[in-house]
Design a protein around this ligand. Structure first.
Ligand code: HEM
Length: 390
């Protein structure tokens, strides 16, 4: 192990890593090594593809099960905060509902209808910011449908989400959270009590999980699928309209939306970082990681590792091995709902591509350290009365 291995890099600040030029800073860090200590993020930053996959696959050496992981303290033990046999017990009851064939069969038509309905509301206006018009509400409505939350409106779900995010931030900053998160979990539990329709992904989970555990896992699904999906859709639409030739590609062949989404996820993974805690001293690609150290796996950096993706900063939906991108992580915690997420993004891309004369007015660059998304994606299109979009 090299003597430099535990030397802290001065590196970029947290603001720079959360800013619009994060990829440049991450590339500079990767040039120093695939695993470097960065004080600004409070631990090791894993920027190399091979090291990232190794960490995410080895849950024995690199666990999520640590009291510092504040989401677990807010929603209770769930698949997101456990490892090993306990993790399998939490995850297994839901796996079948999220298989690709089941997702297509149960959710494709409904998701398309939700997207069409949202766009129909703004179509006469000839333009909109697609964050509040499409990406935000579609993400919430899909999850409400998947969990069979029939009596809950989108604002209520977003209110719960905000309460949980605040509580996680409070705990991470050493503050005691207020009662709002507990109240949100209680209300979610109450709503889920009615969620026994045959389409709910929770159906049958009570056979091996307690009622409280089902609620915790449902909360992880509900809240894991909102901000991430919103960011993913906005990034995909920005690439659709902002990259040369991509709109024509999707208009000529709607199926090309699948590759466009995958390449968009590679360049801008909406969940850019996942955290793990070392359970023992370990040498990782030359870095001397000590037991208890925090490892922050930068999916955004790994997805631009030139060892795996040639010319990594270029948007190229024709590149080989598109599915090797890591936006949905790897190993036991691979996103449970990645095929549902892909479906949402594909549907959104196809629906936007179908708007007559659609063009990008302004897309803000994605920002954020963990969740990365553009603040606004303004788009214009032709209407029956307006003629060509200006
Ligand atoms: C339909 C929407 C979604 C739902 C319901 C959902 C749900 C979940 C769940 C339940 C997990 C935990 C799996 C486990 O720990 O075993 C997870 C993990 C993950 N999801 Fe998703 N997800 C959604 C969309 C997304 C999107 C759009 C992204 C990124 C573009 C994403 C990225 C991830 C990542 C990176 C993990 C791994 C977390 C870790 O390893 O610590 N998810 N997701």
């Amino acid at each position: 192990m090299g003597l430099t291995a535990r030397v802290t890099t001065r590196g970029p600040s947290a603001e720079e890593l959360a800013g619009p030029d994060a990829a440049t800073h991450l590339a500079a860090l990767r040039a120093q090594g695939p695993v470097v200590r960065v004080d600004a993020v409070g631990g090791w930053l894993v920027t190399g593809y091979a090291a990232a996959v190794e960490v995410m696959r080895d849950a024995e050496a690199f666990t999520v099960d640590d009291p510092r992981f504040s989401t677990g303290r807010v929603v209770g033990p769930s698949m997101l905060s456990t490892d090993g046999a306990e993790h399998r017990r939490h995850r297994r009851p839901f796996a079948a509902a999220y298989r690709p064939s089941r997702v297509e069969q149960r959710h494709a038509t409904a998701t398309r209808a939700l997207a069409d309905d949202l766009l129909a509301r703004v179509t006469p206006g000839g333009g909109a910011d697609l964050r509040p018009a499409l990406a935000g509400p579609l993400s919430v409505q899909v999850m409400a449908r998947v969990l069979d939350l029939v009596d809950v409106d989108a604002d209520t779900v977003l209110g719960w989400y905000a309460a949980l995010v605040d509580a996680v931030s409070d705990l991470s900053a050493g503050r005691t959270p207020g009662p709002a998160a507990d109240a949100a979990m209680t209300q979610l539990a109450e709503q889920l009590r009615h969620s026994t329709g045959h389409d709910s992904v929770l159906r049958g989970a009570g056979a091996t999980l307690s009622p409280a555990e089902v609620v915790s896992d449902a909360a992880v699904m509900l809240f894991g699928g909102i901000e991430t999906s919103e960011g993913m859709i906005l990034n995909a639409v920005s690439h659709l309209l902002g990259q040369p030739g991509v709109l024509d590609l999707v208009r000529d062949d709607a199926g090309a939306a699948t590759a466009v989404v995958e390449e968009s996820l590679r360049l801008e993974p909406a969940a850019a970082v996942v955290d793990r805690y070392a359970t023992r001293d370990v040498s990782l690609h030359g870095a001397a990681v000590a037991r208890g150290d925090l490892l922050r796996v930068s999916l955004a950096a790994a997805n631009r590792d030139p060892e795996v993706f040639a010319d990594p900063d270029r948007f190229d939906p024709h590149r080989p091995r598109l599915r090797d991108q890591l936006a949905f992580a790897r190993g036991p915690h691979t996103c449970l709902a990645m095929d549902l997420a892909r479906l949402e993004a594909r549907v959104a891309v196809q629906a936007v591509a179908a708007l007559p004369g659609v063009r990008l007015v302004r897309a803000e660059p994605p920002t954020g350290l963990v969740f990365r998304k553009p603040g606004r994606v303004e788009v214009a299109w032709e209407t029956a009365t307006s003629g060509p979009a200006r």
